[in-house]
Design a protein. Structure first.
Length: 187
C-alpha cells in the first residue's frame, strides 16, 4: 500500500493524526485555601499504629535547591544517563506534597513493597522543596534522600530535569533494571 493510498484510507475511516502541544506546561499553583487544607491535615494527623520500618529521626538540614544524585557503590556510574531520559519512563509515581513525615514514610514503605512485588525499574517521587513547610525547610526531601539510600533495591537516583519538576522531584532506578551490561554483582 502506497503512502497516498494509506492516507486516503485514513481519511475515509475518519482517523486523524494526534496533535500535541510541544511546550511544557507548568503545574497549577495551589490556592491559599488548598494550602491551608493540606497544612491542617498534616497538623491534625493521627498517630501511626503500624510501623513502616523507616527512620523518622530528623535528618541534617538540606539546601532546598540542592541537586540530589546517588549511585549504589557497586553500580556503574553510566547508569545516571538513564535517569536523564526524555521523558523519564516512570512506571510508578508518588506525590508526597502535604504529607507528614509519618505519612510520607508509610507511602515510601508501600512504594518499596510495590517495587519488589511488581519488579518495577523506573520510579518518580515528588517530594517538593519545603515552600509550604512552617520553617521553609525541605524536610521530606532530606527524608526521601535518606530512605532511598538505605534501600538495597534502589541502585541510583537523581533530581529530575527542571522541566519535570527539578530539585523537588527524584527519578530512581531499581535493582530490577540491572543485568551484566552494568556490571552489578550479586542478585
Amino acid at each position: 500500500m502506497s503512502d497516498e493510498s494509506f492516507k486516503a484510507l485514513m481519511r475515509e475511516t475518519g482517523v486523524r493524526p494526534i496533535e500535541r502541544e510541544a511546550r511544557v506546561r507548568a503545574k497549577a499553583a495551589l490556592s491559599d485555601a488548598e494550602i491551608a487544607i493540606a497544612r491542617a491535615r498534616a497538623e491534625a494527623h493521627e498517630p501511626v499504629t503500624q510501623h513502616h520500618g523507616l527512620s523518622t529521626e530528623e535528618p541534617p538540614p538540606m539546601d532546598p535547591q540542592r541537586v540530589l544524585e546517588y549511585v549504589a557503590y557497586d553500580a556503574d556510574r553510566r547508569v545516571l544517563g538513564l535517569l536523564d531520559e526524555i521523558p523519564f519512563p516512570a512506571q510508578l509515581e508518588i506525590d508526597l506534597h502535604g504529607h507528614t513525615v509519618e505519612e510520607a514514610a508509610r507511602a515510601v514503605a508501600d512504594l518499596f513493597a510495590v517495587i519488589r512485588e511488581r519488579r518495577l525499574t523506573h520510579i518518580r517521587i515528588t517530594h517538593g522543596v519545603g515552600r509550604h513547610s512552617p520553617d521553609g525547610r525541605p524536610l521530606l526531601k532530606a527524608y526521601v534522600n535518606r530512605w532511598l539510600k538505605g534501600n538495597p533495591d534502589i541502585i541510583a537516583f537523581a533530581s529530575a530535569r527542571r522541566s519535570d519538576g527539578g530539585v523537588g522531584v527524584l527519578n530512581a532506578l531499581t535493582q530490577g533494571l540491572f543485568d551484566d551490561r552494568w556490571g552489578r554483582t550479586g542478585a
